[in-house]
Design a protein around this ligand. Structure first.
Ligand SMILES: [Zn+2]
Length: 282
């Protein structure tokens, strides 16, 4: 909570909540010009750490570079998004394995299945996903999942190797109660974005979050995508989401889970630190 004494323009910070944005696409072209300012704005509102999403070899490498520039602020995931699954070759595994040994690389992903657009064929997606599941098992790294219109296939693939996997998160979850229940049965974490702020598309999700265990929820913006629809504040760049909007998303999630903001924010922060093993990192 921040108290503003407007009369003399003094600002007293009584207690600032801390947040970890577990999914930010900071390597995208829309952040090229002002990434330092974007990170600065996030820190000003208490977003102390950001997990930069790797979606293919190039973006994974760029995510690692950001972790070097912003040590102990930015962390990276490394993986091949289902859209890029057609690029997956036998060399890809060894490149990913090398990257996953680096400092501040905290998860395999994003990887998974996306049958909505099928930029890569289903067969290619399944092949690339299987290979990344094997890598996560081999290195005992957490896995950062993307799923769209492929819930049943994804669940059956996770189920078949769940006992061997370390921690698992369904990032940018937008589904319904049944889907969340499937994930809870698989002892998975769930990442919630500003999708929940959408009064039309977000209705299923608004009900589903009530079924997420408090020790399994995490928060993310998925910036620059999914700008919360009910945001009062104007984004710096038109329609571009930023990690500084995470507190707005947190309040919406807390309201739908019928929790105090502080309770949800503390839980999500602790869960994120545990999930990504950030306590022991620099
Ligand atoms: Zn995704």
């Amino acid at each position: 909570m921040i108290c503003y004494l407007l009369a003399n323009q003094a600002v007293i910070i009584t207690h600032m909540n801390k947040y970890i944005d577990i999914g930010v696409n900071l390597t995208g072209s829309s952040f090229k010009k002002d990434v330092a300012k974007v990170i600065g704005r996030a820190q000003q509102v208490g977003v102390t750490q950001m997990i930069v999403t790797g979606t293919n070899l190039l973006h994974s490498e760029q995510a690692i570079q950001l972790t070097q520039h912003y040590d102990s602020i930015c962390y990276a995931t490394v993986g091949i998004h289902p859209h890029d699954a057609s690029e997956y070759s036998s060399d890809t595994v060894s490149e990913l394995r090398d990257m996953l040994q680096q400092n501040n690389v905290v998860a395999v992903g994003e990887c998974g299945l996306d049958y909505n657009r099928n930029f890569s064929s289903r067969k290619e997606q399944i092949h690339a996903f299987e290979a990344q599941l094997e890598l996560a098992i081999e290195l005992q790294k957490p896995i950062f999942l993307h799923q769209r219109d492929a819930h049943d296939d994804l669940v059956s693939m996770i189920k078949s190797c769940r006992k061997d996997l370390d921690k698992v998160v369904a990032h940018c979850f937008t589904g319904n109660i049944e889907e969340v229940n499937d994930y809870m049965l698989l002892d998975m974490y769930v990442g919630i974005t500003g999708w929940i702020c959408d009064e039309r598309r977000g209705q299923d999700l608004q009900q589903a979050v009530k079924h997420i265990s408090l020790d399994r929820i995490m928060l993310e913006t998925d910036a620059p995508y999914l700008l919360p629809r009910d945001l009062q504040q104007k984004p710096t760049a038109k329609n571009r989401n930023e990690p500084c909007f995470l507190p707005h998303i947190a309040s919406a999630v807390a309201a739908h889970m019928q929790l105090d903001d502080d309770q949800l924010i503390t839980a999500a922060y602790d869960n994120s630190q545990t999930f990504f093993g950030m306590n022991g990192l620099s």
